[in-house]
Design a protein around this ligand. Sequence first.
Ligand code: MN3
Length: 189
Amino acid sequence: MAFELPDLPYAHDALAANGMSRETLEYHHDIHHKAYVDNGNKLVSGTEWDGKPVEEIVKGTYKAGAVAQSGIFNNASQHWNHSQFWGWMTPGGSKIPGNLEKALAESFGSVDKFKQEFAAAGTGQFGSGWCWLVRDRDGSLKVTKTENGVNPLCFGQTALLGCDVWEHSYYIDFRNKRPAYRRTSSTSW
Ligand code: MN3
């Protein structure tokens, strides 16, 4: 199946009150995410990955430890990352499910400590990348950060939450102030 750009699950201006403007979502979803979809489809076409699920392509093309990943990996992983990312944000925020709140408190000491660790991972990621809350293979919850399009699928982990810290995710609204952007995503519950 070819990659397809999913619709945003809300209007482009729905997150403006949370700090993510209509203009950011017009660029980030309509242009950046669409480019990963279009470029990914061009690169995958005619290869062994043609018609494969995006998760399989990401896992199959990731090269552990490599600084530069292939074009197929970069576009497939970024398509997957952004497809999750839109659904992880909710206009006005939402409550953390009770079972997750309990698991966060057990794993990190408190929900606030988890939020601090998550934000520190995002602000501490040098250059483009993502920060994540993952369930690791042993079942434990962890905060991680990855470079560029690398994501938890590459390590056999389940992504429970991720925040895009590429400049295109915050530069229109916060310019170079990545820490100010934390109130958009990491505290939107
Ligand atoms: Mn992005």
